[in-house]
Ligand binder design. Structure first.
Ligand code: PGA
Length: 249
């Protein structure tokens, strides 16, 4: 069975005061039955990792560079994230693909760099509203998987997050049938490419407007092994019901 993961992506939110939210979350779930991850802004990563070190909540980065080091002003390498206490890194989020023009090849290079540095890569895929309306959803996601995932992966090194772009931060959630269709395709795609032993064990996350009120029904969909949560991960009182729904699933 794939591992279950509740991952919070704080995006460009949070300064020192936000550390208290993560501390409250760790205190509220001392012995969770699922993995919990918070990906804060890079400026908080080291401090948050220190605060959470002894507890059940892990930390991750939101992006890394594809190169191990070098003249890349403003960028962060995978080894730097690991050095700051991260065990995971989100890669190819649609906001990175849209705002920074990241291609599938860029995401693949980043995933290879992350794995080389000992991080687990959370590789994001998802269609835009226009792509869904055109009937291209599955083809778009297949192309993203083919281009973004390295050839050598294991369930310990890669997690795949399906995030329809039109569902992120909008309060709009796909129907359960739509989530089911995409997750089943991703599972079949991974098993065909990497073999069932690997493909069947990779954790698949759904992301896009997950809340305490819709988490349980989303986690009941086949091949949904957790969530990548934006807005509802910023407050421990919002994130906790999602974690509890995953534990109960
Ligand atoms: P949201 O963001 O939960 O705020 O919709 C999800 C994401 O971008 O990962």
């Amino acid at each position: 069975m794939p591992g279950k993961l509740a991952a919070g992506n704080w995006k460009m939110n949070g300064t020192t005061a936000a550390l208290a939210e993560a501390r409250a979350l760790a205190e509220a779930c001392p012995d969770p039955a699922v993995s919990i991850l918070i990906c804060p802004p890079a400026t908080l990563l080291s401090r948050l990792s220190d605060i959470l070190a002894a507890g059940p909540v892990a930390t991750g980065g939101q992006d890394c560079h594809g190169a191990a080091s070098g003249a890349h002003t403003g960028d962060i390498s995978a080894a730097m994230l690991a050095d700051a206490g991260a065990g995971h890194v989100i890669l190819g989020h649609s906001e990175r693909r849209a705002d920074h023009g990241e291609t599938n090849a860029d995401v693949r290079a980043k995933a290879e760099a992350a794995i080389a540095a000992g991080l687990a890569a959370i590789v994001c895929v998802g269609e835009t509203a226009a792509e869904r309306d055109a009937g291209d959803t599955l083809a778009v996601i297949e192309a993203q998987l083919a281009g973004s995932l390295p050839d050598a992966i294991t369930p310990a090194t890669v997690i795949v997050a399906y995030e329809p772009v039109w569902a992120i931060g909008t309060g709009r959630v796909p129907t359960l049938d739509q989530i089911d269709e995409v997750h089943a395709m991703i599972r079949a795609n991974l098993s065909a490419r990497y073999g069932a032993e690997t493909g069947d064990e990779i954790t698949l996350l759904y992301g896009g407007s997950v809340k305490g009120t819709n988490a349980a029904e989303i986690f009941a969909v086949a091949h949904v092994n957790g969530a990548l949560v934006g807005g509802a991960s910023l407050k421990s009182t919002d994130f906790l019901p999602i974690i509890q729904a995953l534990e109960a699933s």
